[in-house]
Design a protein around this ligand. Sequence first.
Ligand code: LLP
Length: 441
Amino acid sequence: MSTKTVPKVNLFPLTTEVNKQGHLCIGDCDVVELAEEFGTPLYIFDEFTLRHKCCEFKDEFCKYHPDTLVIYASKAFLNKALALIFKEERLGLDVVSGGELSIAHSVDFPLDKVYFHGNNKTPEELKLALDLGVGKIVVDNFYELELLNRLARKRGIDQNILLRLSPGVDPHTHGYTTTGTIESKFGFPLATGQAEEAVNRASSASNLNLLGLHFHLGSPVSEIQPYELAIELALGFAREMGKKFDFNIGEFDIGGGFAVPYTADSRVPTIGEYARAITDKLNSLVSGLGLNRPRLIVEPGRAIVAQAGVALYKVGAVKEIPGIKRYVCVDGGISDNIRPALYGAKYEALVANKALESEGNMVTIAGKLCESGDILVQDVNLAAARPGDIIAIPVCGAYSIPMASNYNALPRPAIVMVKEGRARLIRRRETYQDLMSLDLI
Ligand code: LLP
């Protein structure tokens, strides 16, 4: 394997190798053959990497805080096959809609381990959650608190809830995915007294059982300090509330947001480093403040699925603008991955059928959609790419698929799960017929 490609290869799933033909192999499957068999664009998920990440989160957090529940944040990507894997790995689930909840329910996911988030759950979604017996509902605002209590009373049940705090902590990430700051649309602000009022109302609500507190700062958060600060604020608040009301923090949910490296030069904390710092802070504050040790809930999405997923595209046109730019155009784009256009997200890329060739060509990988902003990777070093070559983009497992669209009426890609030399389709490619299947004349 050429040393030049090694840092990139490390971004790919844990089972990635390059075979004698110079083809990228994942889960013992030659991805060039997968592209041939299933077509492109194609998303590949490596089952070993997925399961490994689930275990790493459980092991690292439980090492320091045995009573930790890892709940996977479904918004990063959930379908039936993934939901089954998380069920087998005994994770809990964070859902934010009736749709995500229905996917979980369809595979008999244990609903007592489901946490229902969201800043504007509809009455229909709350009714569905109550009727299915969702374990915890994370209440975001006063409207929801009242509505949920009413719905629970009607059904004669006591619903377990957490309150979402808005701690006023800046996680230093993209503005679109920042949620910890005071002006955020999410949660009850600590600083304005609304969080205290929420504890007051929740603890006296007839049909709600206030189990604990939650915050989520943003995504991805590549610093550890914002977590430490927010934990300090939230637990200080918990102690105050314990003195004023009949409140004991049984569960403490510190959200998700754990960053992953997308490019060879990016440095972010490891899962172990996040776990160590978060549990250290929690454990020392709990004893210092004289609180009972709460159950810790962590909600990783990206850090579980991102590295497991790889996007494959076929090269069509290669366009040289002499002295200015060379475009390698592929058969997908912002319709299957909006992240570069929306957040300026950076990715690496590799020519999957030339993984051993030296990379001396600075190119821009463009999609096929009718927008100049449809660029998947700006300025990346690749082996010489020609029409028919297969481009592989690593770290595509999180948020690409769930944010995909049918812009320009492009069918959404197929998804395969690979494991030990076998590839199984876990979502078939959309057809032109699918695109019209909901239309009525
Ligand atoms: N918990 C809550 C309450 C959240 O809102 C989120 C993400 C997570 C957990 C999981 O965060 P993660 O561990 O995946 O960073 N579309 C954006 C990311 C939006 C994240 C929204 N909430 C992206 O593509 O980067």
